[in-house]
Design a binder for this molecule. Structure first.
Ligand code: ZN
Length: 254
């Protein structure tokens, strides 16, 4: 009999798994609210219909499940053979019938959840490699998936916003994004501040920086390159005492 519960007994990891599964349930709810015809409509991602988003989220679960299998067996199974194959898969998936597309999402999510559930505690530290070439412990797969399901639920563009995303997820997302900018130096002249918290990122030592500030959900949406429609409202930009008439576009993230 397979275990009914996660084999890991690490409370921190169990909490993270809960966040990933909640995000998956949230994505499922938004997807179920869409009629088959509405799947043809546009998403918040340029050039992608909702079909592309669903296909991507489904194949992403399969790719992440391959990493979890890798961690469990020691047999190297990459997320995707290449980025070209990944992109081709998404374009193909977007042409599936609505029922097949919905099944892809459902089945891949159930499969990934079972792979996580059945990974013994000792194997979570085993290293795997992401599509970007980063070597990470298997625990990182949980965050990789969490980020995807929550943000892409917003990208379906049928009512979800960043304000629906739990604060710990938004905070980690913002740290991830601003960390990537810092590593590349693309945050020069830019300070990012979350009002009502001590969260401040970016080029803090820079001279005369532009400060982008707002509530956590708004700032995270802005940083992720999403528009006000995604919950990026309440975000303002200033330089010194001058409030700018327009908030600059965020540096590229991925
Ligand atoms: Zn994605």
């Amino acid at each position: 009999m397979p275990a009914r519960h996660d084999l890991t007994t690490d409370p921190g990891l169990q909490e993270q798994l809960l966040q990933a599964r909640r995000g998956t349930a949230f994505f499922a709810r938004k997807l179920n609210e869409l009629t088959d015809t509405e799947l043809d409509g546009g998403s918040l991602l340029p050039g992608w219909t909702r079909r592309h988003v669903v296909a991507h989220v489904g194949y992403n679960a399969r790719a992440i499940a391959r990493l979890v299998e890798w961690a469990g067996t020691g047999v190297e199974t990459p997320m995707y053979p290449s980025t070209e194959v990944r992109d081709h898969e998404i374009n193909f998936g977007a042409t599936l019938s609505p029922i097949a597309l919905r099944n892809l999402f459902d089945h891949s999510a159930v499969h990934l959840s079972a792979e996580w559930r059945d990974l013994p505690g000792r194997d979570w530290a085993n290293e795997v490699k992401t599509i970007q070439g980063r070597t990470v412990p298997a625990t990182e797969t949980v965050w990789m998936r969490t980020r995807e399901v929550w943000t892409h639920a917003v990208d379906l563009d049928n009512g979800a916003t960043f304000a629906d995303i739990p604060e710990p997820v938004l905070e980690r997302l913002l740290r991830d994004i601003t960390g990537a900018w810092q590593a590349r130096g693309t945050d020069a002249g830019l300070v990012i501040r979350v009002v009502g918290t001590n969260m401040e990122f970016g080029d803090k030592g820079g001279r005369d920086p532009v400060t982008v500030s707002g509530p956590l959900a708004g700032v995270a949406a802005w940083a992720a390159g999403r528009t006000a429609a995604a919950g990026g409202s309440g975000v303002t930009a200033s330089r010194g005492t001058e409030v700018l008439s327009r908030v600059p576009a965020a540096p590229k993230w991925i």
